[in-house]
Write a protein that binds this ligand. Sequence first.
Ligand SMILES: *Cc1c(COP(=O)(O)O)cnc(C)c1O
Length: 424
Amino acid sequence: MHSMDHFLYRNGVLHAEDVPLTEIAASVGTPFYVYSAATLTRHYTLFTEALSPLPHMVCFAIKSLSNLAVLKLLGDLGAGMDVVSGGEYRRALAAGIPGNRIVFSGVGKTRDEMRLALTHGIRQFNVESEPELRALSEVATAMGVVAPITIRVNPDVDARTHEKIATGKKENKFGIPIDRASAVYAEAAALPGLQIIGIDVHIGSQLTELEPFEQAYKKVADLTERLRAEGHTISRLDLGGGLGIPYTRSNEAPPLPLDYGALIKRTVGHLGCEIEIEPGRLISGNSGLLVSQVIYVKEGEGRDFLIVDAAMNDLVRPSMYGAHHDIDPVIEAAPATEPHPYDVVGPVCETGDTFAKARPLAPLNEGDLIAFRSAGAYGAVMASEYNTRPLIPEVLVRGDQFAVIRARPTFDEILNRDTIPTWL
Ligand SMILES: *Cc1c(COP(=O)(O)O)cnc(C)c1O
């Protein structure tokens, strides 16, 4: 299962690569996120290998894990970046990614965000609506430049994933209906500030089957030929992200990047297009852990609660999507240990602050460290300071080195962001 990551027990202690998690915990305090450079590298490389020899670019979806150190690591390997806001665009630039490797996605790009990207360089905008086409053309024309675009089509396929992260059905807010593509491409071609270069599609996240991709990409292949026949240049296909990862040991394994690559070659490989993909979770998800400490073990009616120092504000996926994260003790349990069922909860004042119910774990005590697996994607990036709990640190490990790549803020820093008006 977690065979593609570098978080393994050695001498009875869970390590990130060559660093014991106990050492990081002693140095930075808990809770914290820790990422493995080797795992990030490996996952990125799996995609580039899967798409070779097609001309391609793997654009990492920054929204899944946006720390500058991670972006620099991937950027140095040649990765492009998929951004969904001006803030993410700035992160990509700050990490040293040139504009011509940055793709701008998202349904609500503002004119300011368009200007920012056109000023510093952009590989393409993935445009999601007709009003956005008109706005982008206006902004580009006023700046005396031409904006390279794809148009995101909504292929109306069921991604068979969690409803909050399915994006490819016609009732979702994303893209233009594929039936209307001819009309919308004709409109784009007539606008002075735009240059059409391709088609974009992204049907959802955490897909555990290839079938929905196959349906979507076949529709994109047909559309490519139709739009070409209508006189448009289609030289690049952005096929989105969304390949799922295993979150549990027992899960049947989701498709591998290699099989996904073969599917891409089979469905759109004959078109002579440059292929772009935007994976987030598959690169970052199993590259990170959330490490937390047990504050109390509270014996309850028919169940025991493990009250830990991480909470829903640090990792919201369980309370937001009902998501499962495997939990492992940092100090490995003795082989014959009988597991004990725990409700694993955080200190936040909401019942929703529950990571797991009746989870069988080796018996744990106050002060013990635990690790939530598969927490690299949509973990730190979705964190908040609810309950005035400081954003937790992020740590990057490479080999036997580790560094804090985002420090825990002090309470003074947090309180100083607020201002009490003089008239109060
Ligand atoms: C969220 C998103 C991605 C990344 O999705 P993953 O499931 O993390 O691979 C890629 N492209 C777009 C447009 C997205 O919204």
